[in-house]
Design a protein around this ligand. Structure first.
Ligand SMILES: NC(=O)c1ccc[n+]([C@@H]2O[C@H](COP(=O)([O-])OP(=O)(O)OC[C@H]3O[C@@H](n4cnc5c(N)ncnc54)[C@H](OP(=O)(O)O)[C@@H]3O)[C@@H](O)[C@H]2O)c1
Length: 352
């Protein structure tokens, strides 16, 4: 008998919840037999969310000691955490504790073909972003880190604007990540005013440039990158200011054409974040824009023939979701990833 394809998502937060929904909605097209998800904390606030995911066909997983509390909220727990991980084909960790879970559990479990963790979990496994370093990914690699949403954005800008004939042609690049204070779903951590971040990485400034460096390093490239971060009092998308100093000359029209022609980049005439975010809410999958970046073309400038400056927006968390799907599908059947991803193309916008 062939083994069932089971995708198990750990965490039901900003990343976990839409991912569980995606795997349920496209289960048949993606050859998935069962979707399970682990929720750590039983809470009346989350009852409707859990019911909605169960109605989509997912099965609830909880720690043994939380079982009775979930039952009190009317939820049927199908498996304990350990059972679910052991029987899964792929485990997609969507918590800020992926590295910890790797040490305490994932490394000793034999069942799953692969484990994914998300942006905060530097060092979990080979870093990955769809369209950036697919050629060095393999289903034999058991641990993969899906890089953060801002790292996706930085990486797609670099790959689109600073590569020539498949090789990087860049002297240096700087980025300022103007981060939303909290996610729209969060009731805490909002800020009254901008708050500048520390440069706690002596070489790269913040983890954003560091993580982008490491993803390009998997391709044999060593880039000169530096990033700064500041949190601003918005709940919408992150804003990224960039300056790329190329190792070759180009023109403003050529730079805009490269952005327009990259299927992972959405270009737009809009400059207002709320209008772009709102487009995602109206037309995106689960409200998400699945493009890697949204670039308002009117903000792109070239002070000289080698320097490109501009703004762009990080599409909520949609880019990390898309890469998480691609990495999961690679473990299920590496030969069918492109074909299976086709169902999501309507949500990978070229224009907003
Ligand atoms: N938010 C974004 O826009 C975004 C974008 C890209 C990548 N990421 C990355 O995605 C990951 C998750 O971020 P998020 O924003 O989705 O977090 P979040 O909304 O705060 O949700 C975290 C989830 O993880 C669960 N959790 C926390 N610690 C756990 C543990 N030790 N064991 C099991 N479950 C645990 C929480 O469960 P309970 O609530 O039930 O306790 C919750 O469901 C991070 O690595 C982050 O860097 C986030």
């Amino acid at each position: 008998m062939t083994k069932k394809n089971i995708v198990h998502v750990v965490g039901t937060g900003t990343i976990g919840e839409p991912l569980i929904a995606l795997f349920c909605d496209f289960r048949e097209k993606w050859g998935i037999d069962e979707v399970t998800f682990h929720k750590r904390t039983p809470s009346g606030d989350d009852r409707a969310m859990i019911n909605s995911l169960l109605a989509r066909g997912a099965r609830l997983v909880a720690d043994e000691q939380a079982r009775d509390d979930f039952a009190r909220f009317g939820h049927r727990v199908s498996y304990t955490a350990d059972e679910a991980i052991e029987r899964a084909t792929v485990v997609v960790d969507c918590t800020p504790a992926g590295n910890e879970n790797k040490v305490t559990c994932y490394q000793r479990v034999k069942g799953p073909k692969g484990f994914l963790a998300q942006g905060s979990e530097f060092g979990f496994g080979k870093p990955y972003a769809l369209g950036i370093n697919d050629e060095v990914q393999s289903p034999d690699e058991r641990f993969v880190q899906i890089v953060s949403c801002n790292t996706h954005n930085i990486s797609v800008l670099l790959k689109t604007l600073a590569s020539v004939d498949g090789k990087m042609s860049l002297d240096a690049a700087q980025f300022v990540c103007m981060r939303r204070a909290n996610d729209v779903s969060d009731a805490k951590s909002f800020l009254a005013a901008p708050q500048a971040g520390k440069h706690d990485d002596p070489e790269f400034g913040t983890h954003h440039a560091r993580d982008a460096y490491h993803i390009f390093q998997t391709l044999g490239e060593k880039l000169n990158l530096f990033s700064s971060a500041i949190k601003i009092n918005t709940q919408y998308m992150h804003t990224l200011w960039f300056t790329l100093r190329l190792a070759h000359e180009t023109t403003l029209e050529e730079a805009k054409t490269l952005l327009r022609n990259n299927a992972r980049v959405a270009t737009t005439n809009k400059r207002s974040v709320n209008q772009i975010f709102s487009f995602g809410r109206d037309h995106g999958y689960y409200g998400r824009i699945l493009s890697q970046t949204v670039v308002p073309l009117s903000t792109i400038a070239m002070p000289d023939a080698r320097t490109i400056v501009g703004f762009c927006y990080t599409p909520q968390d949609g880019n990390s979701l898309l890469s998480s799907v691609a990495a999961t599908l690679r473990y299920l059947d590496a030969s069918k990833v492109d074909e299976r991803m086709d169902v999501l193309r309507p949500h990978i916008f070229r224009e907003i």
